[in-house]
Design a protein around this ligand. Structure first.
Ligand SMILES: Cc1ncc(COP(=O)(O)O)c(C=O)c1O
Length: 385
């Protein structure tokens, strides 16, 4: 049996590797606390679960779903984007439901990237941007996200030669893993750059609803002209504690949505209709549940901030997302510090370099863990230092 050359270039998925490490430690009898993966521990709000249960009992929903999602779900997406971001979208042409946003992100490269093409990838970044590029035969070109530039890519540093060969630019704010946020001014720069170089912008807005201190994250598509060059990925996962349900969507440029849809219709068969009904309940139901979760994360953010200050580790208080991006103590690398904490404290954190070379020197701490476990984890880390 011979594997394709393609797979030799694909690293194992970061969180699958972290899961393996946790399993090994647990087998040694250690009570491991994971501050690694961003996966809400609170349940999905009840009205969403009730909708799923009701719809799961309807045999109409047991058949293949529509390839392009239920029209009612697409309309709910349009209404949500109008209410939340003021966007005007055509529910038939500018909206596509996804089996989780990761699915759409991974597939978009197949629609736009030929072997040898360049993709502008944030570094550090959500690992699928990089790996999706490689799977399509493309070449990731890293755009460093540095502290001194508020973790935004410096577009002036991208040479014309590279920009000319680039097919896609991926960005995502509020950002994973750095938790940085972007202004509309920055998005305007991106639109200008993309128009100049004929590049598709893929904006990942998976954390748009998880924000603090009155901050309201914008959509990239709010910028005039953004729809000419871009699409935006959205997820119900973090907003409604629905990571296990696998539901998200992409909105924006019609031609890009059509191309991604063409790949998808040939690869998958859509989202279980009962889950789409639950998605409608989520998007159209009361949003108090989202506010409640933001309050929970804000409380945990304060706990982490207090502990990191006590430990003398540098970090920025995040205005959004469920992560805190912190510098490792001097003398440590990301990997050595993550390994040290696991060994001495039985606590898992994500090493920053796993998100790209510019993540070196950082760790990412997730807030999606119950308060008592978070408190215990922080105490153990503090004691280990
Ligand atoms: C930045 C970012 N984008 C996309 C995703 C994928 O989310 P999902 O596939 O659950 O919608 C994640 C998940 O952690 C993420 O952090």
């Amino acid at each position: 049996m011979q594997q394709a050359k393609r797979i030799k270039n694909i690293p194992p998925y970061l969180f699958a590797e972290i899961d393996k490490k946790i399993a090994l430690k647990k087998a040694e009898g250690i009570d491991v606390i994971s501050l690694g993966i961003g996966d809400p521990v609170e349940p999905t709000p009840q009205h969403i679960i009730d909708t799923l249960c009701k719809q799961a009992n309807n045999p109409e929903n047991h058949r293949y779903p529509s390839y392009f999602g239920m029209p009612e779900f697409r309309k709910a997406i349009v209404n949500f984007c109008k209410k939340r971001f003021g966007l005007i979208l055509d529910s038939d042409k500018e909206v596509l439901p996804l089996i989780g946003s990761k699915e759409g992100i991974a597939h978009v490269f197949l629609a736009f990237v030929d072997p040898g093409d360049i993709v502008l990838v944030p570094d550090p970044g959500y690992p699928v941007y990089n790996v999706g590029t490689i799977i399509a035969g493309g070449k990731p070109h890293y755009m460093p996200l540095l502290f001194e530039n508020n973790f935004l890519p410096d577009l002036t540093k991208i040479e014309d030669e590279i920009a000319k060969r680039a097919k896609i630019m991926f960005i995502g704010y509020p950002n994973n893993p750095t938790s940085a946020i972007a202004s509309i001014e920055f998005f305007k720069e991106v639109v200008f750059f993309a128009k100049k170089h004929d590049i598709l912008v893929c904006h990942d807005n998976a954390y748009s609803e998880i924000a603090f201190d009155g901050y309201v994250p914008p959509s990239f598509l709010e910028v005039p002209g953004a729809k000419d060059v871009g699409i935006e990925f959205q997820s119900l996962s973090k907003t409604y504690n629905m990571t296990g349900w696998r539901i998200g969507f992409v909105v924006g440029n019609e031609a890009a949505i059509e191309a991604l849809g063409r790949i998808k219709t040939n690869v998958d068969s859509g989202i279980f209709n009962a889950i789409q009904h639950a998605g409608i309940a989520a998007l159209e139901g009361h949003q108090d549940c989202v506010k409640e979760m933001c309050d929970v994360y804000a409380r945990r953010r304060a706990m982490v901030a207090k502990a990191l200050n006590k430990m003398g580790l540098e970090f920025m208080i995040p205005k959004a997302t469920i992560y805190v991006w912190a510098k490792v103590p001097s003398g440590h690398t990301s990997a050595s510090f993550a390994a040290y904490i696991l060994e001495k404290a039985g606590v898992v954190v994500s090493p920053g370099n796993a998100y790209g070379p510019s993540g070196e020197g950082y760790i990412r701490i997730t807030l999606s863990v119950k308060d008592d476990r978070l408190r215990e984890a922080l105490k153990r880390i503090e004691n280990s230092l």
